[in-house]
Design a protein around this ligand. Structure first.
Ligand SMILES: Cc1cc2nc3c(=O)[nH]c(=O)nc-3n(C[C@H](O)[C@H](O)[C@H](O)COP(=O)(O)OP(=O)(O)OC[C@H]3O[C@@H](n4cnc5c(N)ncnc54)[C@H](O)[C@@H]3O)c2cc1C
Length: 367
């Protein structure tokens, strides 16, 4: 086989006659897969959602606090943090549109498995419970550190989505702090995701800068996201390269209800997260995020199971998590019930209302 001048024939001498013909005809570069630029292949989105099980603050009782100032979770009914349902819904909508995988992570006691089960019923693909006595009584700094470690362990991601705030601590700090610890840009208080340009994998690209999206050294573009957030007096639309973290508000969507079909599939997922509850021995090839059963014909049937990580599993330093890692301590929680003390008629005029507003400002109720 004689190759044209200066062209090294990578193909074995068993090259297809057409290739040889092409080589002689000077079409060489067209048929050699090693040099031809591959088309940009949008890859499935990798979405991580941080969700929190919170005390149902609408039903706070007298036993809400323990002597040591930490929350007595056992005394409080729990719910799925409302804006985390909006964050999960945004992830599921992106998966419906672009394809991809939705991983849900929660840090909490074993009972927090309830929000992971609920996430599977709504369409999540993988669920991770970050649980360890070492995480107890964490403030937002320690919480975001542990969550960032878990996100890193879960692998590459394009978007981390969380709720704007949790209805118990109400600090809205964990999202931005987690973004800082992951070293990614953040857009907070997102009420609409306008566009996501999924990243690509394109070996051998010519390397010229593509204005649309950043290309990394290997020519793979990481993609970008455009989102609109609610700000004082209006909206603001921002663009960021991926990976990024977004915090989602309740205005963004109406979360889909749990699917009965998925509930039937996952109804008996580990009621309580028990390390011993592991029957992946049935299919040793199954990855950690699945539990496999053998169906009647002996074929392994795999479905998500609760992956459980403690501080060591995510490589978190013991002194940076939980109470030890928390410079902020919740000194006391008091349930404030506004009781009517007196009633007074306000004259329905400009002057009457102005006087009332002035009084409320004086009493630091307004402003
Ligand atoms: C009344 C009260 C006041 C508090 N005040 C403070 C304070 O001033 N400073 C302080 O540092 N800590 C405070 N804490 C402790 C704080 O609640 C915890 O650190 C908590 O884990 C995170 O803070 P947050 O509830 O404010 O969450 P936020 O920052 O409001 O949560 C925002 C989002 O982060 C994600 N997220 C938060 N926690 C988790 C989790 N455990 N697992 C997965 N995702 C999660 C969710 O998507 C959530 O929507 C307070 C707690 C209480 C009950």
């Amino acid at each position: 086989m004689i190759a044209p001048e200066g062209v090294e024939l990578p193909l074995s001498s068993r090259a297809h006659p057409w290739v040889v013909f092409a080589a002689h005809r000077g079409f060489w570069y067209r048929t050699d897969p090693m040099t031809a630029p591959a088309p940009d292949i949008p890859r499935p989105l990798r979405l991580v959602v941080l969700v929190k099980q919170v005390p149902d603050t609408a039903n706070v009782t007298g036993e809400a606090m323990k002597e040591d100032g930490t929350i007595n979770r056992a005394a409080l009914p729990t719910v799925f943090n409302p804006e985390d349902l909006n964050a999960l819904e945004e992830a599921l909508k992106l998966k419906d549109r672009h394809g991809g995988r939705v991983t849900v992570i929660t840090m909490g006691p074993a009972a927090a498995v309830a929000v992971l089960r609920e996430s599977l019923y709504r369409g999540a693909d993988e669920v991770i419970l970050l649980t360890d006595k070492a995480f107890a009584a964490a403030d937002t700094l320690a919480t975001s550190y542990a969550l960032a470690q878990a996100v890193k362990k879960a692998g590459e991601f394009d978007l981390v989505l969380c709720g704007r705030q949790a209805i118990d601590g109400d600090t809205a700090q964990v999202g931005p702090q987690t973004a800082e610890k992951l070293g990614v840009p953040q857009i907070t208080c997102v009420s609409r995701i306008d566009e996501v340009v999924v990243g690509t994998t394109s070996e051998g690209a010519s390397g010229e800068k593509d204005a649309a999206s950043e290309k990394d050294a290997a020519g793979a573009s990481r993609g970008r996201v455009v989102a609109t957030r609610s700000v004082e007096g209006g909206f603001e639309t921002l663009e960021s390269t991926l990976p990024a973290l977004l915090t989602i508000t309740s205005e963004a969507n109406d979360p889909r209800p749990p699917s009965v079909k998925l509930a039937m599939v996952y109804k008996d997922i580990a009621a309580e997260a028990m390390p011993a509850y592991d029957d992946s021995y049935l299919d040793p090839g199954a990855d950690e995020a699945q539990v496999c059963m053998l169906d009647r014909s002996g074929r392994p049937v795999c479905r998500a199971k609760v992956v459980q990580w403690d501080h060591a599993a995510v490589g978190a330093e013991r002194d940076l998590v939980g109470l030890r890692g928390s410079p902020t301590r919740v000194k006391e929680i008091e349930s404030v019930v506004l009781a009517q003390s007196e009633a007074r008629m306000v004259e329905p005029s400009e002057a009457g209302i102005a006087e009332l507003v002035h009084e409320l400002i004086e009493e630091h109720i307004l402003g």
